[in-house]
Design a binder for this molecule. Structure first.
Ligand code: FMN
Length: 176
C-alpha cells in the first residue's frame, strides 16, 4: 500500500481544488490517502515576526515529517489573481522554514482547476517552474477548466479531459 498526501491549495470549505485532489488521489490503485485540508489546518499567516516570537507551528512540523514518509503527493492549486491563494502561500512559506526541500523529491501530480475556461493555468505554470527549487519532483500536470461543468464524483465528464487524466494517472502510478 502506497501512502499519498492529497492537498488542495485553498482554504475554502468547499474547495473545488480539494475535491479534485481527493478524487485523483483516490483514483490511484493500492493507496492510502491523507487529505490535507487548509480549511481546518489552523496556522497563523507566515511572517518573520510571527516565526521569531512564536516559532514554527507544531502542525507544520508534523506535516513536514509526514511529507518525508509518503510515496507521492497530489496537489491541486486554486488561482487567486493569477497566483497562489494567500492560504496556500502562507502554508508553503511555513513549510519552507522547516526544510527548504518542502516536497522532499517525492513524485508529484500537480494540478489546478477553476470555474472558468483557463483552469488555473497561470498558477499551474508558476508552480511548475517554482516547485522544483523546493524539492518538487513533478511527474505530470493536469488542468481542469470549467470545473462545474466537467467534474463529477463519478469522474470527469469532458471526454478528452477524462482520457488525458487517465493517461496521466497511469504515468503517476508507475512513478510511485
Ligand atoms: C480573490 C479571488 C481571486 C480570483 N482570481 C482568479 C484568477 O486569477 N483566475 C481564476 O481562474 N479564478 C480566479 N478566482 C476564482 C477561483 O478560481 C474560484 O473561486 C475557485 O473556486 C477557487 O478554487 P477553490 O474552490 O479550490 O478555492 C478568484 C477568486 C477569488 C475569490
Amino acid at each position: 500500500m502506497k501512502k499519498i498526501i492529497a492537498l488542495g491549495g485553498s482554504n475554502s470549505k468547499n474547495s473545488i481544488n480539494k475535491s479534485l485532489a481527493a478524487y485523483v488521489a483516490h483514483s490511484l490503485h493500492d493507496v492510502d490517502v491523507d487529505l490535507l485540508d487548509l480549511h481546518t489546518i489552523d496556522i497563523p499567516m507566515y511572517g518573520i515576526d510571527q516565526e521569531q516570537e512564536h516559532g514554527i507551528p507544531e502542525r507544520i512540523t508534523e506535516i513536514d515529517e509526514k511529507m518525508g514518509k509518503v510515496d507521492g503527493i497530489v496537489v491541486s492549486l486554486a488561482e487567486h489573481n493569477g497566483a497562489y491563494t494567500a492560504a496556500f502561500k502562507s502554508f508553503y512559506d511555513w513549510l519552507s522554514r522547516v526544510d527548504k526541500k518542502v516536497w522532499k523529491d517525492k513524485p508529484m501530480f500537480l494540478m489546478a482547476t477553476s470555474p472558468g475556461g483557463r483552469g488555473g493555468l497561470t498558477v499551474l505554470g508558476i508552480a511548475e517552474k517554482g516547485f522544483p527549487f523546493l524539492g518538487g519532483h513533478i511527474i505530470t500536470t493536469f488542468s481542469l477548466p470549467f470545473f462545474g461543468k466537467n467534474f463529477s464524483t463519478d469522474g470527469i465528464l469532458d471526454v478528452e479531459k477524462a482520457t488525458e487524466l487517465k493517461e496521466k494517472l497511469q504515468l503517476f502510478q508507475q512513478a510511485l
